[in-house]
Design a binder for this molecule. Structure first.
Ligand code: IMP
Length: 429
């Protein structure tokens, strides 16, 4: 399997950054295929920290980085991020960054709508990142979107802009907001167009060429399977398909290109934003795990909700995404606990479930059934082989593997690249 697809197998924030960075250093191409600048990937390379939201992780090491058609692209956020990363000494050119010319744009009117809806929803809000992701995807499937290729045709954009704005003006009026200033929007697009167009191309063609030449491709997923718009905890989800299958449709390569699907799984569970979370801990243990795990959002800085490991959810995610093997991260956060719990099923209205039902109210009413396991007092931080791990930590990992019905390919024991126990190499296996 020459290619690797990395996806989050929970609600995002599983620690993809470190794993993706390690894989990116051995890939020839890194491709983002869904989501937008709602993602937050932190890379620590040679002691320098890089925070990426939209740029693929390969960019820092000079690897060809591709933003595929499945991504929604905020051109102004892109320009800011490029400037920030360039200020850290990384050159970003048309040689190492390619953007799909059929990628839909996130415009200021999308951010407006995201905020207006969330404010109006009050307690029922989704808890979005406020980046305009959902409204931009709506316009894409509504066939109203302005896309990257339109930036080369601004002189004939008016009819398209009219259609888009007519839709948004009606929505805005409902929120008591003035209509979109079309002339100002067109001006903003004119100003940003040359910056984006320098990277724009039919990336499917470039990917086809590099694939034929034997390149190793790393598909870098954002968010997690439980935030998938079809398979996640709907409606408390993001607006893209976060499953591995999107690597193909969101880049323009076929389904046989995804290679080894590596599901990133945290040794406990976290979630940002609203929505069902059966194993959530609102006690001292949750507090302790949140602090030890530095569970604050990379993009919004919000405190993440924390809970025990939920094997039911991860088994479901692995099945839905065809996960070949998992990378288990942040096991060291559990060090020092007397007892650890794993959720093995749910109780719902007197019945036992071995999967998460689809209806939101059912999901919210699921009561976790736990299996207790002894904790470990020794440190797992920095372990680089199974032999370095305490016996109870090994038992915990093995039990997870059994319950999720998927092998553990690697275990990450600290944010450092080398603090990893490797059982299967995704690029070789
Ligand atoms: P949106 O993607 O901004 O529309 O937000 C929808 C939901 O997805 C919210 O619950 C967000 O907190 C969550 N979300 C979006 N991006 C990420 C991410 O990168 N990590 C974790 N959660 C995310």
């Amino acid at each position: 399997m020459a290619n690797v697809t990395v996806i989050g197998a929970q609600w995002g924030d599983e620690g993809k950054g470190k794993i993706v960075d390690w894989l990116a250093s051995r890939a020839d191409v890194v491709v983002r295929f869904q989501g937008g600048h709602n993602a937050g990937h932190t890379l620590v390379i040679d002691g320098k920290t890089y925070k990426l939201s939209l740029l693929p992780s390969g960019i820092v090491s000079g690897t060809l980085s591709v933003i595929g058609n499945g991504v929604v692209l905020d051109p102004w956020a892109l320009r800011d991020e490029v400037a920030k990363v360039e200020a850290q000494g990384v050159a970003i050119t048309a040689e190492n960054l390619a953007i799909a010319d059929n990628c839909p744009l996130i415009l200021p009117l999308h951010r407006d709508l995201d905020a207006l809806r969330e404010t109006a929803a009050g307690k029922g809000k989704i808890g979005t990142t406020g980046r305009g992701i959902g409204p931009a995807y709506e316009d894409k499937v509504g066939r109203r979107a302005i896309r990257v290729c339109d930036l080369a045709h601004l002189d004939t954009l008016e009819p398209q802009l009219d259609r888009l704005c007519a839709h948004h003006d009606a929505l805005r009026a409902g929120f008591g907001q003035p209509p979109v200033d079309r002339a100002a929007l067109l001006e903003e697009l004119r100003e940003i167009a040359p910056f984006v167009l320098r990277f724009a191309q039919p990336v499917w063609k470039r990917l086809k060429k590099v694939r034929r030449a034997g390149a190793k491709i790393l598909f870098e997923g954002a968010q997690g399977v439980l935030l998938d718009v079809d398979h996640g905890t709907y409606p408390f989800v993001t607006s893209s398909n976060t499953v591995s299958g999107t690597a193909a449709s969101g880049s323009g390569l076929g389904p046989n290109s995804t290679g080894f699907v590596l599901g990133i799984v945290k040794a406990y569970t976290t979630r940002v934003g609203s929505g069902p979370f059966p194993t959530e801990l609102e006690d001292e243990i949750g507090q302790r795990l949140g602090e030890r795990g530095h569970e604050f959002g990379t993009v919004t800085g919000r405190k993440r909700r924390v809970g025990w490991f939920d094997a039911v959810l991860v088994r479901q995610s692995c099945a839905i995404s065809g996960v070949t093997g998992i990378a288990l991260t942040k096991i060291d956060v559990l060090d020092g606990l007397e007892k650890v719990k794993i959720c093995t099923g749910y109780r719902l209205r007197g019945k036992v479930y071995d999967y998460l039902p689809s209806h939101s109210a059912d999901q919210a009413a699921c009561e976790p059934i736990y299996e207790d396991m002894p904790g470990w007092s020794e440190s797992t931080a920095g372990a680089r082989s199974y032999a370095d791990l305490p016996a109870n930590a090994i038992k915990y990992i093995q039990r997870i593997q059994e319950l999720i019905e998927c092998p553990v390919a690697l275990v990450s024991t600290s944010p450092e690249r080398d603090d990893t126990i490797l059982m299967r190499d995704p690029f070789v296996d």
